[in-house]
Design a binder for this molecule. Structure first.
Ligand SMILES: [Cu+2]
Length: 114
């Protein structure tokens, strides 16, 4: 191996390490992204089991705009238009039932795991 390639390997290694260090607080194995698709005017899956620090990501597969809005308005994705995603971080004590502000018959729940 010549000097050029070994130095490049070191730089790649350093860059990879920087990414790992930067991502560690949110990228740890026990922090999961839970995907909820919104399609045909339903949250799929309607119930998500999540831990504090996890992320819930709603993606709208409908033409119509939707929201995921906590029942008591403690959190809100605001409007999610067609094809867009909005993420919310799961926090301790957050409201666990939600609906769509445009279509209140659409409901979903988050079960907070210990
Ligand atoms: Cu909706």
């Amino acid at each position: 191996m010549d000097k050029t390639s070994s130095r490049r390997d070191m730089m790649v290694g350093a860059a990879a390490m920087a990414v790992v260090l930067t991502a560690a607080p949110v990228g740890a194995e026990d922090h999961t992204i839970h995907d909820v698709e919104i399609k045909a005017f339903q949250f799929d899956p309607p119930a998500v089991q999540a831990q504090v620090g996890d992320t819930i990501r709603w993606t709208n597969r409908d033409l119509a705009p939707h929201t995921a809005t906590a029942d008591e308005f403690g959190w809100d994705t605001e409007t999610i238009t067609k094809g867009k995603s909005v993420e919310i971080t799961v926090t301790d004590g957050m409201e666990t039932s939600y609906f769509c502000a445009f279509h209140p018959q659409m409901t979903g729940t988050i079960e907070l795991l210990p």
